[in-house]
Design a protein around this ligand. Structure first.
Ligand SMILES: C[S@@+](CC[C@H](N)C(=O)[O-])C[C@H]1O[C@@H](n2cnc3c(N)ncnc32)[C@H](O)[C@@H]1O
Length: 258
């Protein structure tokens, strides 16, 4: 029997295996880092909103601190489906909703809005990044902060060495293979996931899928000049997961805006 290869939207089939694909990511430390930033820049914050929350790992980790009232959204219904399953298991009170961050719809506002793990890099134009800032400004309380990270060309050049041709079989249920490439001229980082759903009894391939993820890679100068066109000002640009200023060689930059 020949199997048809199904091209899928980003974060649809991948949602089911996302947490395993990201098993090496230290989300707990990342959540602590966001908490540290909040304590430093908006210490009285109570209400927080995560954008592009994926399967909800950071929001669920922050909830364990028992300090915040948390809402979380992502554009992918499949990522939100997994986040809700995890929330139900953890008896979480987080309200996970599917929502495009370029069209946020809330009747309320928040003290902190944050977004992590390259989600900004899914925006390919300056206009979309400005739109995101507008959407956030509409629902940020006075004195609130907007925190997000982005990855830099230096990070893409390094990352393809270990992301390209990565393969794994997951619980005899799925197998994936990732091809990763970076077009330095266009500054486009492409991750192509080939995902096979397996018959758990005999390992035969039941279905084959592909998802292509393209991210635009920005420098600190790019992002700073875009922010100048928004109503936000930069409070700090941090290097990676440090509370030290970002610099030209930063692999990831975390922006804190007011
Ligand atoms: C690299 S994942 C990060 C997910 C999560 N923050 C984490 O740390 O695991 C990027 C996420 O951005 C979301 N995303 C991309 N474009 C979006 C948009 N326009 N609106 C909302 N979410 C979006 C994707 O659905 C995906 O869950």
């Amino acid at each position: 029997m020949t199997l048809t290869l199904k091209e899928k939207p980003t974060y649809s089939v991948l949602a089911d295996i996302y947490d395993i694909v990201m098993a090496d990511v230290d989300y707990e430390t990342w959540a602590d880092y966001i908490d540290e930033i909040i304590l430093m820049h908006q210490p009285t914050a109570r209400s927080i909103l995560e954008l592009a929350c994926g399967t909800g790992t950071i929001a669920l980790s922050l909830e364990e601190l028992d300090c915040y009232e948390i809402s979380a959204t992502d554009g992918s219904p499949d990522m939100i489906r997994i986040a809700r399953q995890k929330a139900a298991k953890a008896n979480s009170e987080i309200n996970f909703q599917t929502m495009n961050f370029l069209n946020l719809s809330f009747e309320r506002s928040f003290d902190v809005i944050y977004m992590v793990f390259d989600s900004l890099n899914y925006l390919h134009t300056k206009e979309d990044i400005i739109q995101l800032h507008k959407e956030v400004k509409n629902i940020l309380n006075p004195g609130g902060i907007f925190v997000y990270d982005f990855t830099t060309p230096r990070n893409s050049r390094k990352a393809i060495r270990f992301l390209n041709n990565e393969s794994k079989t997951i619980d005899g249920e799925y197998r994936y293979h990732r091809e990763s490439s970076f077009n330095a001229k266009e500054r486009i980082h492409t991750n192509r996931f080939h995902i096979e759903k397996l018959d758990e009894t005999n390992g035969d391939i039941i279905e084959k899928f592909e998802e292509q993820h393209q991210q635009k890679i920005y420098t600190l100068d790019d992002i700073q000049s875009i922010i100048k066109k928004t109503d936000f000002e930069v409070v700090q640009a941090y290097d990676g997961f440090e509370l030290k200023p970002a610099h030209k060689k930063s692999l990831r930059v975390t922006m804190v805006l007011k």
